[in-house]
Design a protein around this ligand. Structure first.
Ligand code: ADP
Ligand code: ZN
Ligand code: ZN
Length: 793
């Protein structure tokens, strides 16, 4: 009997939908489900995941597993189950869903080396290859093939191998290099008295005395001592230097004072209810609905404390990296170094080291963005999703998973708790709480009984009537002025980065668009036009490419232009801008937010990343300039998003006693998202919005599935989409559903690819998915399927 493993390849390809069988050679007989291995696949050696083990008599034609990657299985049962659920729910291959659990997008690749060993040559006809190997080996297989293209290289090598002339060496090229550092250590036994022996060598004596107290220090902290000093002491037996693996951690030096707070009754009640479930060791989901500044983070901290006492692990998710730093700070205050951070701004190396520290049980808390829901853990106790309503929790590429649903399944399979927190819960979650599927916990008041801010709506149509063209209304100008005079801080939200949002020919109306996408190019400071969809750039044309007129003008205001305007109007104020352009560097968010927290700046201006979650003591005013662009998105969730953005942004003002003031500029002052947000009335908004959803049959009353069809040629795409729609109508005849479309995507073309959508609404989505799979639509290369899409267009 031979041990055979069924393996899924780590590749972002839906067409490798099945697993492949490989023989497990004797030296890897310990291999089991959940391990990562390297296997030959096509002409490459690739990373794969073991999902089944079997013993079979005949394994003719099967290839062997060539290497094992880790020292233990990467996937435990709960992670395997979750991966399988993702594959079946979101219609992707198991390889695609399992690779989500591995940090970084690339697969580990393996180079196959043949190494010649010194043996007498005995004149076989492939000796030229042998000689070449002896002179140059070890060598990569592909490299050998290049030098000897006329040989059947596998055969030749097999023969050399059987004659003992070469040995095969498989070498894994891992994605992440381990990091080593030099440490200086004191020798425990040294028979020399340093004070006497080193009397005339002050530098050496100083170092030895230092080492006598510290015992071990990183070499890089001892830069004042030259290497000759170190060498001399090593030679005399005082110290020795070791090269040790270190685990990277950008947040290592983040230390904060512990501030224990006494909890208020609502917080205590929430913690008690969750704790009771933790003690039962059963899965459950809680929705913590707490107004902005009601102390949700404090609840999270107390629950994680309970989990850590039981020696279980916790994952805390934030919707954006910009919000991670504050969560990290609050958790560091309470758990000091029991924390690792996982987000895409950190290198793969650092993320791998973080996982290593979780494995070692050095730490038990993970704070991160979306992808951190996949970190491998032995004993998951709780997943907390802060700002659970945020759209960034949905991945907008294959596999189109929603973090909340993945977390739900992971906690379900590990008998753990899922805690969702928000001041503006998603309609889906609040509806589930109403139906008792989730347990609702409420924090109805701000801590310290601070008032919620007062919200003032400025009708921009009146500003226009006054003949004003500035993006800042008179009322906002007055609010900024007053805030600055009071030495308080203000946050200004403008959801458009860049300088001018489009460039237009005044003669013929031609708008400069991206060559690859169907969107206007945005003018940036540096004098270039940039596409916000594909990042391609152009220089500003001297004349209109359409009518050759030179009358080219810039329109629309982005964050860069607003920054200029603020400096012009308030020359003595200091303005800090936070958007994608100012946060490309690692730790850039941390620096900006820290500077603002320390009140080095008075105005924080930025895209929506400034609007959420932050807790700044001295911020009393908030201005929201671009709410219209949110509530006018052609999507059924537009009002919900508008309400959330307004409530979240206003929630930054006046959190610590001072009355907060918010200004909302809009051309749409009577929109119900705006009027309810003004009153901080989530419940009324919820009921009004649910009414619409019911009439139009949208989630949460119904489920959606979006089929995206793409092609490089628009005409072909339209034909294809129409044929597909007809096919779908036939296919779904037996299922109760609505098939809408095909219609053009919101942005018709991105990166030279045209897109059309078909939307399916149904309460029987399980059946629909099954039919799609039976007809192999999930495997078609020109189609992707987005289950529960966040954007219906
Ligand atoms: P939320 O996440 O609900 O918006 P936070 O958790 O950020 O609110 O809390 C707002 C502020 O109130 C924070 O500065 C926090 O330290 C403080 N805070 C929270 N709970 C308490 C409490 N029980 N007593 C005093 N201050 C508290
Ligand atoms: Zn023109
Ligand atoms: Zn583009």
């Amino acid at each position: 009997m031979n041990k055979v493993a069924k393996i899924f390849i780590n590749m972002p390809i839906k067409t490798i939908a099945k697993g492949y069988s490989y023989i497990v050679p004797d030296q890897f007989s310990y291999l089991d489900i959940g391990w990562r291995v390297c296997v030959p696949f096509g002409h490459q050696y690739l990373e794969g995941f073991v999902v089944e083990i079997a013993f079979v008599e005949n394994c003719d034609g099967l290839k062997e597993v060539v290497a094992v990657i880790d020292k233990s299985a990467w996937f435990n049962q709960e992670m395997m189950d979750t991966a399988k659920w993702i594959a079946s729910y979101y219609l992707c291959s198991l390889g695609e869903s399992m690779r989500l659990f591995i940090p970084g997008k690339k697969s580990i690749s393996v180079d196959l080396f043949y190494e010649a060993i010194a043996l007498e040559e005995n004149g076989i006809n492939c000796c030229c290859i042998y000689k070449y190997l002896q002179a140059n080996g070890p060598l990569n297989l592909n490299c050998l093939k290049k030098y000897f293209p006329t040989y059947d290289m596998e055969k030749v090598l097999e023969r050399l191998l059987s004659e003992g002339k070469i040995k095969k060496v498989y070498k894994i090229r891992s994605r992440a290099k381990e990091k080593f550092e030099k440490f200086v250590m004191i020798n425990e036994f040294c028979d020399k008295d340093p004070n006497i022996y080193l009397k005339n060598k002050p530098a050496q004596l100083r170092l030895v005395n230092l080492m006598l107290t510290k015992r071990k220090l990183p070499r890089k902290t001892l830069m004042e001592f030259s290497s000759s000093v170190i060498h001399a002491l090593e030679k005399d037996g005082f110290i020795h230097v070791v090269n040790e693996r270190v685990l990277r951690d950008s947040y290592k030096d983040y230390h904060f004072q512990m501030v224990k707070k006494s909890l208020n009754p609502s917080q205590e009640n929430a913690i008690e209810q969750v704790t009771a479930k933790i003690c039962e060791k059963k899965h459950d989901t809680f929705l913590l609905y707490g107004v902005t500044g009601s102390g949700k983070t404090e609840v999270y901290i107390n629950i994680v404390e309970k989990i850590r006492k039981l020696d279980k692990q916790a994952i805390i998710l934030v919707p954006e990296i910009a919000l991670a730093s504050q969560m990290i700070q609050r958790f560091k205050e309470n758990f000091s170094n029991d924390i690792v951070v996982m987000h895409s701004k950190l290198s793969i190396e650092e993320r791998n080291d973080a996982i290593e520290r979780l494995h070692n049980k050095e730490v038990g808390i993970v704070i991160g963005a979306r992808s951190a829901v996949f970190v491998p853990l032995d004993d998951l106790g709780v997943i907390i999703i802060d700002e659970e309503h945020e759209v960034s929790y949905k991945q907008e590429e294959r596999p189109y998973y929603h973090t909340r649903e993945v977390a739900k399944m992971r906690t379900f399979y590990s008998n753990a708790i899922l805690l969702l927190g928000s001041a503006t819960p998603s309609l889906e979650s609040y509806y589930k709480a109403q139906c008792s599927e989730y347990k609702l916990l409420s924090l109805p008041k701000r801590v310290n009984n601070s008032n919620l801010p007062s919200v003032h709506i400025v009708d921009m149509r009146n500003e226009l009537a006054k003949g004003k063209r500035s993006i800042l209304s008179d009322d906002l100008y007055a609010l900024i002025k007053k805030t600055l005079e009071n030495k308080e801080q203000i946050i200004i939200l403008l959801n458009r980065r860049g300088h001018s949002t489009f460039v237009l020919c005044r003669e013929c109306g031609h708008i400069i668009k991206c060559n690859h996408c169907d969107v206007p190019m945005v003018y940036h400071f540096s004098g270039i036009l940039r596409c916000h969809y594909c990042d391609s750039v152009k220089t500003v044309p001297q004349e209109c490419p359409h009518c050759y007129s030179r009358y080219i003008k810039y329109f629309g205001t982005g964050t860069q232009k607003l920054e200029e305007e603020l400096y012009r109007l308030f020359p003595n104020a200091s303005v800090l801008r936070m958007d994608r352009d100012t946060t490309t560097k690692k730790m850039a968010y941390e620096k900006i937010l820290d500077d603002f927290r320390k009140e080095k700046y008075q105005i924080l201006l930025g895209t929506q990343m400034v609007a959420k979650g932050h807790d700044f003591k001295n911020v009393t005013a908030v201005a929201i300039l671009s709410i219209d662009s949110t509530i006018n998105i052609p999507d059924f969730r537009a009002a919900e998003r508008g309400f959330q953005l307004l409530t979240q942004a206003s929630g930054r003002a006046g959190r610590h006693g001072n009355q907060g003031n918010v200004i909302v500029q809009t051309y749409n002052p009577c929109h119900y998202a705006i009027t309810h947000a003004k009153e901080h009335d989530f419940i009324s908004f919820y009921h009004e919005e649910m009414n619409f959803r019911k009439i139009l049959n949208y989630p949460p009353y119904n489920q959606l599935l979006k089929i995206i069809i793409f092609d490089m040629v628009e005409e072909i795409l339209i034909k294809k989409a129409e044929i597909l729609a007809r096919k779908l109508h036939l296919m779904m005849k037996s299922v109760k559903c609505n098939i809408i479309g095909p219609f053009s995507a919101n942005v018709v073309k991105v990166k030279d690819i045209y897109k059309m959508n078909i939307l399916i609404k149904s309460r029987e989505m399980g059946k629909i998915k099954q039919l799609l799979c039976e007809n192999e639509l999930d495997k078609r290369k020109d189609i992707t399927i987005d289950v529960d899409p966040m954007n219906s267009l």
